[in-house]
Design a binder for this molecule. Structure first.
Ligand code: SF4
Length: 86
């Protein structure tokens, strides 16, 4: 949404809400490094989550691959831990 204040200054107003799947999203338990997890949370989950590949599949009623990242890439093995060990 664009807005213009009394001085004619145009600014971009960004309205964000959290992804409705943020708490139960199973992807997060796989990350070994908290920094990597927070990177995706900031880029997608607490921002434009409609652009997340996981969100799109879930909204379409499709199965979401466990290691699918929000950017559509597959999570590298070395980023993950076994779900059984979490
Ligand atoms: S990874 Fe995607 S589906 Fe999961 S909480 Fe973040 S934005 Fe939502």
């Amino acid at each position: 949404m664009d807005s213009t204040d009394a001085t004619g200054d145009e600014r971009q107003v960004v309205m964000t809400t959290d992804c409705p799947y943020l708490k139960p999203c199973p992807m997060f338990k796989l990350f070994i490094h908290e920094a990597t997890k927070h990177h995706f949370v900031a880029l997608y989950c607490r921002g434009p989550y409609q652009q997340c590949a996981r969100f799109k599949l879930r909204q379409a009623g499709s199965t979401v691959p466990e290691k699918l990242l929000p950017d559509g890439q597959e999570m590298p093995e070395w980023w993950t831990r076994s779900p059984a060990s979490s």
